[in-house]
Design a protein around this ligand. Sequence first.
Ligand SMILES: CC(C)(COP(=O)(O)OP(=O)(O)OC[C@H]1O[C@@H](n2cnc3c(N)ncnc32)[C@H](O)[C@@H]1OP(=O)(O)O)[C@@H](O)C(=O)NCCC(=O)NCCS
Length: 173
Amino acid sequence: MSATAPEAPLVIVPMRRRHLRAVLRTETRVYPRPWTVGLYLGELAQPEERRCYLVAREGAQVVGHAGMIVLGDDGHITTLAVDPEHQGRGIGARLLGLLLDAARERGLSGVTLEVRTGNEPALALYRRFGFVEEGVRRGYYEETGDDAVIMWLRDLTPRPESAAPGDQEDTTP
Ligand SMILES: CC(C)(COP(=O)(O)OP(=O)(O)OC[C@H]1O[C@@H](n2cnc3c(N)ncnc32)[C@H](O)[C@@H]1OP(=O)(O)O)[C@@H](O)C(=O)NCCC(=O)NCCS
């Protein structure tokens, strides 16, 4: 028998307050200007039909997270981050697929986001899901002066990259 414990399956569940320590840890590792706990608490307090915040968990370990807010008929992706040690394993794609499922369930007409120019992994991921570059916001990222590419997905028809069978709603209070 192998001495190595089998890896816990990856599940994607709604973000809760108890996940925030790990979420902020990932944020500080991947973003020059991470969100604060106060910002997240404010988002989690909003009505569920206007927000969708998810975490990817392996056992007790939170390895990534993503969020979307609803403005009018559109979804705006506010964050998508995978801990550097876990990148390149399909976790970002799983999270993004579930955000888009949430947009469809809410009957939204499109989904948009901003991404730093030159962030090739993120640009490639969004393009793979059908997002198209529609404009640039000059100097959007104040901390570095970098521009943001504005991307839109205006056709929310499901694509093969959507949710995997392990993805589930967490009913734990
Ligand atoms: C962008 C990010 C969320 C992707 O998460 P991930 O779990 O590493 O991505 P996945 O393993 O699911 O890869 C999905 C797709 O992303 C693209 N991608 C991921 N890493 C890439 C890399 N290093 N180079 C180029 N494309 C890459 C590819 O299109 C890939 O599809 P493929 O495997 O079929 O080639 C992750 O790199 C991250 O957290 N980056 C820092 C935070 C950030 O920039 N977030 C985006 C803010 S707008």
